[in-house]
Design a protein around this ligand. Structure first.
Ligand code: FES
Length: 273
């Protein structure tokens, strides 16, 4: 177990909170930006449309899927891929981008819901990219993890049998986590699963082969409807289709982590620095 530690959270306040009214959201052009830190106009850098890989929304009001975060395993720990220049990426058009599995992977994928104002979305910002335990981890198995602990492959050794009484056991083991950020009031919320189904899908899919590792798949856990942090994989036994999928408790949107699709999404501009 990694010993990296971070200050205990002083509250459950998350980066960018505070849903605003639907009229204000409409003025932003894309549903799902209800954050107090969202700029009130489109000035800034790195905005525009971009083709992203998302876990598909299958029910509820979410207008699109949640953006996937490519994952690698390094020395037994989970790491999200950031398209940094040091790893073959480049900064262009106000964003970091690289080619992965035949797909152009861009930091613009994450510029929605106020996340675009996060300092770790600046293309050349430094971060170690390890995926770390969430200060408020939602799954019982995470309860003993110190916030900020690097998630290790060995924590998911039971992924082929794991279940929590919701839906079918054996589909995969989830974790609520953070990426590129550990401050309790400024996280990039992530969910990751390790699943035998992802391993199978990656055998026949160039993108999934490049963006998943040992069955691990991750996504930015920010609902594209009104920006809640979804409760996640296997968190609703009562909503049809949600028991083996990702559920957003705010307005019952459902996302399927086993159906990664390409989608043109609107990236909100980042503030000019
Ligand atoms: S915020 Fe409305 S469904 Fe998620």
């Amino acid at each position: 177990m990694d010993e990296d530690k971070y200050p205990a959270p002083s509250s459950r306040r998350r980066f960018v909170k505070g849903i605003v009214g639907s009229a204000a959201l409409g003025s932003l052009g894309v549903a799902g930006s209800g954050l107090t830190t969202v700029p009130t106009n489109r000035s800034g850098v790195g905005g525009g449309n971009v083709e992203a890989k998302v876990i598909k929304n299958t029910a509820g009001p979410a207008p699109r899927g949640m953006s996937q975060i490519p994952v690698t395993v390094e020395d037994g720990y989970l790491k999200g891929v950031w398209p940094a220049a040091t790893d073959g990426g480049e900064v262009a058009d106000g964003a970091a981008k690289t080619t992965l599995g035949g797909t152009t992977y861009s930091s613009k994928w994450f510029q929605y819901c106020g996340i675009q104002t996060h300092p770790k979305l600046v293309p050349d910002s430094e971060a170690d990219n390890f995926i770390r335990a969430d200060p408020g981890g939602r799954y019982e198995w995470e309860a003993d993890l110190e916030p900020g602990t690097k998630l290790a492959v060995e924590m998911f050794d039971d992924y082929e049998e794991w279940g929590n009484g919701v839906g079918d056991a054996g589909l995969g083991k989830p974790a609520a986590a953070t990426w590129r950020s550990v401050e309790p009031d400024s996280t990039l919320p992530v969910q990751v699963i390790r699943s035998p189904e992802i391993e199978r899908l990656a055998e026949d899919d160039e993108w999934l082969a490049a963006s998943t590792d040992q069955g691990f798949l991750a996504w930015l856990n920010k609902c594209t409807h009104l920006c809640c942090v979804p409760s996640g994989f296997k968190q609703s036994a009562t909503v049809d289709g949600a028991e083996n999928a990702v559920y957003c408790q705010c307005h019952q949107s459902v996302y399927d982590p086993f159906d990664v699709v390409s989608k043109v999404v609107t990236a909100f501009p980042r503030p000019e620095s």
